[in-house]
Design a protein around this ligand. Structure first.
Ligand code: NAD
Length: 306
């Protein structure tokens, strides 16, 4: 099958590399010209457990240069989603399914302004990756990807996609209730992302510090209260403990992706994470002072990069 990946940063490059390695035809689109030129010139390097593989894939910074495929995977940050979709209108029109895999609240709903709902899939991934440099991606965390439709039953296209991703070593759970997975995944993001970005330390150091842990736990509790008010069932028995353990055991050495953005003076996804929890909380009358403060401080930081 042919997969076109719009937003080939860390996650898009990881998915692209794995799909290409399992025999699919892959094209990567990204506005980061240096990254695209490195891939087009010398291939995409995937570093997995210290073993580096060079993979040949098509790469372009111009969506109109790329032929549509069976699937258009959109893997930009949430804050760049609409801009990317607007640049790829022809690919949206001529591709099979469009699959939006950004972190944060409201990405599927936002994409439905430009993508016909019957061909739109969306979700979240618990896998992790980092870019080590132009054309070089490192696989950091093994994790499932959750995909489903915005409305209605899981379509046949989603099953075909899940099989292809699983064949590429990226296991997928399909669901008609994808919001539950998005909110469940959100617990980890609201805990670590902004706190890591503001303190400039790795996830393990946020949760390993008593003050960091208090803020992290408070942010997660607020998000749990908002989810409960919306009637959303979370998938962890004890979300606070799950998030704490994840930072202590699995993602401890990693800098949060928001910290990586801040270190590169890039606009962050905070409005779709802590900011979205605070907005939903305000709408529903649930107090979210910690998420509001984290989102506000990150906004001050990113508005003052210059
Ligand atoms: P990233 O910043 O590495 O990649 C995003 C890419 O999108 C960048 O290369 C950027 O140049 C590109 N882009 C921006 N605007 C574009 C446009 N208009 N057209 C085409 N490309 C454009 O981010 P990432 O870490 O790969 O994360 C992608 C999504 O996955 C985010 O929502 C993130 O929160 C989520 N996520 C990341 C991880 C991780 O470990 N990195 C894990 C789980 C989920």
């Amino acid at each position: 099958m042919r997969f076109v990946i719009l937003g080939a940063g860390a996650m898009g490059s990881l998915f692209g590399a794995r799909l290409a390695m399992s025999g699919h035809d892959v094209a990567l689109i990204d506005v980061a010209r240096e990254h695209i030129e490195a891939i087009a010139g010398g291939g995409l390097i995937l570093d997995q457990d210290g073993v580096r593989k060079r993979i040949t894939v098509e790469a372009s910074a111009t969506p109109t240069e790329i032929r549509p495929g069976d699937f258009l995977l959109v893997m930009t940050k949430a804050n760049k989603l609409m801009e990317a979709l607007i640049s790829a209108r022809r690919l949206i029109r001529d591709s099979g399914n469009i699959v939006v895999l950004c972190n944060g609240l409201g990405c599927g709903q936002a994409a439905s302004q430009l993508v016909p709902v019957p061909r739109l899939l969306y979700g979240a991934t618990a896998a992790g990756a980092m870019l080590d440099g132009p054309g070089q991606v490192r696989f950091t965390v093994d994790g499932e990807t959750f995909i489903g439709p915005l409305a209605g039953p899981v379509p046949a296209g989603a099953r075909v996609l899940a099989e292809a991703l699983a064949g590429a070593g990226l296991p997928v759970q399909l669901s008609e209730r994808i919001e539950e997975f998005i909110w469940t995944k959100l617990m980890v993001n609201v805990g670590y992302n902004a706190a890591g970005a503001l303190t400039r330390v790795a996830n393990g150091r946020v949760v390993g510090h008593p003050a960091g842990r208090q803020i992290l736990e408070g942010a997660v509790r607020e998000a749990m209260a908002v989810a409960a008010a919306k009637g959303i069932q979370l998938h962890y028995d004890d979300p606070v403990q799950f998030v704490v353990n994840l930072g202590l055991q699995v993602i401890g050495p990693n800098p949060s992706s928001m910290l990586q953005d801040v270190l590169r003076n890039r606009e962050t996804e905070v409005e779709w994470l802590n900011g979205a929890v605070a907005s939903e909380g305000a709408r529903l009358g649930i107090p979210t002072p910690i998420n509001q403060a984290l989102a506000g401080l990150v906004k001050v930081l990113q508005d003052n990069y210059a």
